[in-house]
Every structure is written in C-alpha cells, then in structure tokens.
Design a protein around this ligand. Structure first.
Ligand code: PMP
Length: 450
C-alpha cells in the first residue's frame, strides 16, 4: 500500500471538472431552484438540504435503487431520502397499499383497523414494545418520549451524548455538532431563536468514565439517558463493546429511563433494529425513517408501565394526522415485506452494505487517501481521516471538504450520496449496483489524483 497522503491537494477528485459537468447537465434543476427560492424560504424544505453541491438538485422519479433528476439524469441512490427508503424507491407493495387506501379515504381523525394492525406488527418485532403510539416525524416522537420520562420519574433533566441528533425541537437540538472550541459541558443552542436548555446534561459517547462523572453530579435529577445506539449522525460510530449494556445498567441504577433513538437503526441494522442487533433492551425506543418505508410516520415503543401514562391521558400525545390511514397502509406493507421469513432479506442487505463499504475503503486506500469507514451493514460512513473515531470530537479530524469533492465526483458519475459521508443501502440495491458503484469509485480514484 502506498504511503497515506495526509495533506490532500485542493484539486483531489477534480471538483472543477465535475462541478462544470454537473452544472451543464442539471440546468433545469438550477432554474427550478432559482424559481423556488422566490417563494419557498431558501428554496428547500429542510435546512439540511440547503448546502448541496453544486446546488440542490430536483428529482421527479425513482424506482428501486435509482433516482432520476428533472434533467433526466439517473443516479444510483445511496442517500435514500436520508434513510427512509429501506426498500428502495416506489416498492410495488408500498405503492399499491397507498393507492388502495387513497381510493377509500385519506384520513379520518378517528379510529380504523390499520392502527391496531400496525401496532400488532410492531409489538411482535420490537423487544421493548408492549405498547406503541404514532406521530409523523422523529422530532415529534422524541418530544413525547422525553415528556413521558419526566412524567414517569418526576425529574426534569435528561442526559444526551455529544454529536447525537434527536430532531430539531428546542429541547433536543443541543450539543449536536459543536465546534472544537465549544465546551462539552456548556452546550449552546444550535440555532437562533431556540430557548436555552438548562435541563440537558451532555456526556461523551463511548466514555464510561465521563458518563460516571456526569451521573455522579446529576444522576438523581435525570429522567432519561437518550442515545443513538449507533451514532449514525456523527460518523456512524458504533457503541464500544459493553457500552450499551453499561448505559442500560446505569439508567436503571440511577432511576432514569433508557431511550434508544432508533430513527436510523430501526428496521435497518436488523428487523428488530439496534435492540435486536446488539441485544440490549431500552425502556423506550423511537422510530421514524425505515419504519414508514418512505412516508411520514414515527413511532414510540415502550414498556406498558411507562406507556400507560399516555394510555391514561396523563401525558399529552396529540396530532391531527397521527396514525392516518395513508401512512399506516404504507408502513404495514413495508413492515410486512421487511418481516417476511422473519427478516430473511436482512443478511443479503447487510452483505451488500459491507461489500460496498469495504470496496470503497480499499479503492481509496490503494489510491493513497487516508480513509476510515465505520457503521453497520446497510448504514455506514466514509471519512477522510487516519484513525477510527470513538466519539463526536474525533470526527472533527475528518477532512469534510475532501469528502465533499468526492461526493461531487460521484454525483457527476451517477452516484448520489449524502453530503456528510453517510451511505445507506436498500433492499433494492443489487450485487450489480454495488459492483457498478465500486467501478465508479475506482475510476474517480484513478482520474482524480493530482
Ligand atoms: N433522531 C435521529 C437519530 C435522526 O437521524 C433524525 C432525523 N435525521 C431524527 C431523530 C429526527 O427525525 P425527523 O427528521 O423525522 O424529525
């Protein structure tokens, strides 16, 4: 293997050439973006999409592992709408379920049979689920989860880990991606207008000594320990062996509830999510992406002793479109496909994710780039850095602008990835898709070196 290059040149991955090519072949996207900005704030519907290069592209079609932009360019899609499309685009069973339901009724604001049918499916799959409740986004369902833990314990604070993302509510959007100079223990609100949150205490991921210290100081005031059981939002950093078990034990010992935010891991790393994959059962778990297969659905699952607070109406959980039949019809179809044969599609999904991840790593390393990959099967991260990360601050060593050039080159050659280094693989990706992607990566490595 050649020496790893530690100071990449500005021109690595030829951003000028790929940027020009893309601007040439995505003119309609550019025009649409300009038009949208005149009436739609920022021209995008989520702030996370604002900084796309060369500009946010517009899409009008998707099928299986491919998505098509409005200029007619096709991309192998490893962004998968930021995760929900576990079955790929427009899986026929999901589309048919939506069409069938749409012809009958869009929403009732009242009870219907899909509610208990999906609840029965979920409680049969998710280890911590005696009861579930529904909402429409991850942000909302985490708000319910945190409220529930306060009601159950009579305590106000919660412990979160730096770099973990739990939605964009005032209380949860904190200590997400702070700068190296920000103090871990004095987290500031992320954006303007957010209320200051003095009810959160922050610990370092994978650092039991630090968790211990924080709990020594605040343990008796903490209602919940919340985490992404695989830190997917900051480098796909797995929990170190024993760390999830440690959190389980510590939460119980200090009288707090353990929440797994399974918005990304749920129905992705295993049919039973992180709980199934790593064998640790939290008190509550939240779901929002793959669980709906591409429609707005979020789920809180938990032990009856806590969920009963919602059942009795002590904890308020409301929402006009909660449990609407359109989304539940789609989710039921998606979960049935995922659960068929007790999750028999997962081994192949995992194997494809691993083949892709290791192929990318090998190609980049052989070309001399310092690269680290991490994650679990169908969700992983590619980072330009020398050593693996064990917590958020380690990720600050990654070369984000080099990755951004790599992503731009991939886009030009027909591979769509998220801007932050995360890759998602769906059950619709074939071996052929993976091999084709690896050939493209190889060609970028050969051409893009200066
Ligand atoms: N938790 C995690 C782990 C997430 O990744 C996200 C979204 N990326 C959320 C919560 C928030 O979900 P939503 O965007 O549906 O509000």
């Amino acid at each position: 293997m050649p020496d790893l290059k530690t100071t990449p040149a500005q021109t690595d991955f030829l951003p000028e050439i790929h940027g020009q090519n893309l601007r040439r072949k995505t003119r309609r996207s550019f025009e649409q973006y300009q038009r949208a900005r005149r009436t739609l704030a920022g021209g995008v519907s989520s702030g996370m999409r604002r900084n796309a290069r060369p500009y946010p592209l517009a899409y009008d079609d998707g099928t299986g592992s491919q998505v098509f932009d409005i200029d007619g360019n096709a991309y192998l899609d490893y962004g998968l709408a930021w995760g929900p499309l576990i079955l790929g685009h427009s899986h026929p069973a999901v589309v048919e379920a939506i069409q069938r339901q749409a012809a009958r009724a869009l929403t009732f604001g009242a009870q219907h049979e899909l509610e208990y049918q999906v609840a029965e499916l979920l409680t049969g799959i998710i280890p911590c689920a005696d009861l579930v409740c529904f909402a429409n986004s991850g942000t909302e369902i985490i708000q319910v989860a945190l409220r529930l833990t306060r009601a159950a314990t009579g305590r106000r604070k919660f412990l979160k880990f730096e770099g973990h993302y739990h939605g964009w509510s005032d209380e949860a959007l904190i200590a997400y991606h702070p700068k190296a100079t920000d103090e871990l223990e004095k987290p500031a609100p992320v954006g303007a207008g957010q209320l200051p949150n003095n009810q959160v205490v922050v610990a370092e991921w994978n650092n039991p000594a630090h968790v211990e210290q924080v709990l020594d100081r605040h343990g008796s005031e903490i209602s919940a320990i919340i985490c992404e059981p695989l830190l997917a939002n900051s480098g796909c950093i797995p929990a170190a062996p024993g760390f999830l078990e440690y959190l389980r034990e510590k939460a119980t010992a200090c009288g707090a509830l353990l929440i797994f935010d399974e918005v990304i891991t749920g129905f992705r790393v295993d049919l039973a999510g992180a709980q199934g994959r790593w064998g640790v059962t939290p008190d509550l778990a939240t779901y929002a992406k793959a669980v709906g297969g591409g429609v707005p659905l979020s789920v809180l699952a938990g032990r009856s002793e806590y969920m009963d607070l919602i059942a009795r109406g002590d904890v308020v959980h409301a929402g006009t479109l909660n449990g609407n039949p359109l989304c539940l019809a789609a989710a039921k179809a998606a979960i049935e496909v995922l659960a068929a044969g007790n999750g028999s599609l997962y081994p192949a999904l995992r194997a494809r994710g691993e083949r892709l991840r290791h192929g990318i790593e090998q190609a980049l390393r052989t070309a001399g780039f310092p690269v680290v990959t991490s994650g679990d099967g169908p969700v992983f991260q590619v980072s330009f850095m020398c050593d693996p990360a064990s917590s958020y601050r380690d990720m600050l060593r990654a070369d984000a602008s080099l990755y951004s050039n790599f992503a731009l080159a991939l886009l030009d050659l027909g591979v769509l990835v998220l801007p932050d280094g995360r890759w998602y693989v769906s059950a619709a990706h074939s071996d052929n898709d993976i091999e084709q992607t690896l050939q493209i990566v190889q060609s970028i490595c050969s051409a893009g070196r200066t």
